[in-house]
Design a protein around this ligand. Structure first.
Ligand SMILES: Cc1cc2nc3c(=O)[nH]c(=O)nc-3n(C[C@H](O)[C@H](O)[C@H](O)COP(=O)(O)OP(=O)(O)OC[C@H]3O[C@@H](n4cnc5c(N)ncnc54)[C@H](O)[C@@H]3O)c2cc1C
Length: 305
């Protein structure tokens, strides 16, 4: 089921046609407050008042025209200005291919560099999402370059990739901000762990290395997962090494396990909700379905009157 859904996420015909269907538009609302920035800011308001951090991402990936990247960058800069009413400053998370990585890596770097500077002016952070394995080298390179001049940038690393422990070791001397996730794409067994228990073990090992650096203020450690059992296990191992929960951020996606995130906040973890919005939601939504096939039933139920 996961493989089929991830194939559907990549299929150009489905990308073009499925989002037009009413039931699909109704189903996506579970994970997305709306298609425009107003909806995202509205959803963030209450969460920010309750002390949660907010990360905004406008959905989009694999641009075909470089000019579109200018519009994306301008949108994010305007979003920072428009979010000043929120009780906490929102952070931004972007996909490098949304800023033209496929077309011109140098232009993509210039956009990210300017966005990191705009985020610094707004006293907030810019994160780089991690996309399919073909983009990992380029994304880690971009991060290294950005981190040289911007302390307020973070990167996502995927625990399912066998290369990730090496990438993390490479980045640690930069005192990085890292969001560890399990990984959302369909990667072959040659380069990725495929069994859930292997992914979880890899995740835990990475998190403990990062937590160790976070303890001494040499990293920002963000656990991007809805797997609260895994978070608790990591926290209890980290505690024995002197890392407090206050150093272990938990980041979840809007609409998924929100009550569990509030519980973790009460238990002493700094928590963040990543709010995705935008018109180009199809591949992102299909990846959310692939993570939990029960979500497909929810989507199909939207076919009923
Ligand atoms: C803040 C954040 C940022 C992310 N950024 C990236 C990124 O840049 N690159 C990338 O490859 N991946 C990213 N991901 C996705 C990630 O890789 C996983 O695919 C996703 O988080 C599902 O794995 P899990 O860690 O939640 O654990 P799982 O073991 O899959 O899930 C744990 C529990 O959470 C619940 N759950 C998980 N997913 C869903 C869902 N879709 N719907 C309903 N319930 C669910 C289920 O109850 C499940 O039992 C991100 C995830 C988060 C939370």
């Amino acid at each position: 089921m996961r493989t089929i859904l991830l194939w559907m996420a990549r299929n150009p015909w489905l990308r073009e046609h499925l989002p037009r269907l009413g039931f699909a538009r109704r189903a996506v609302r579970r994970f997305m407050p709306g298609e425009d920035a107003e909806a995202a800011i509205g959803a963030a308001a209450g969460l920010a008042v309750s002390g949660q951090g907010i990360v905004f991402t406008r959905l989009g990936e694999n641009l075909v025209e470089l000019a579109e990247a200018d519009e994306v960058a301008a949108h994010y800069r305007a979003l920072l200005d428009r979010s000043t009413s929120l009780a906490r400053r929102p952070e931004l998370s972007v996909k490098p291919t949304q800023l033209g990585l496929d077309i011109d890596a140098e232009a993509c770097f210039r956009h990210l560099d300017a966005l990191a500077a705009a985020a610094a002016d707004a006293q907030t952070w810019l994160w780089l999402d991690m996309e399919g394995s073909a983009y990992v080298d380029a994304t880690v390179d971009l991060y290294e370059r950005l981190r040289r001049t911007h302390p307020n940038v973070g990167i996502c690393l995927q625990a399912y990739l066998k290369r990730t422990p090496k990438d993390l070791r490479r980045l640690l001397p930069l005192e990085p901000a890292v969001r560890i996730v399990k990984g959302a794409y369909d990667e072959p067994a040659a380069i990725a762990h495929r069994r859930r228990s292997d992914v979880d073990a890899a995740y835990q090992a990475l998190a403990l290395v990062l937590a160790d650096a976070a303890r001494d203020g040499h990293a920002r450690c963000a656990l991007g997962t809805h797997d609260s059992g895994l978070v608790e296990r990591i926290a209890s191992f980290a505690e024995t090494a002197g890392v407090s929960r206050a150093s272990l951020e938990v980041h979840m996606l809007y609409g998924i396990r929100a009550r569990e995130l509030v519980r973790l906040q009460g238990a002493g973890f700094p928590v963040f909700t990543l709010i995705a919005y935008g018109a180009f939601w199809y591949p992102w939504y299909m990846r959310r379905l692939a993570e939990r096939p029960a979500n497909v039933l929810f989507a199909l139920r939207q076919l009923l009157p």
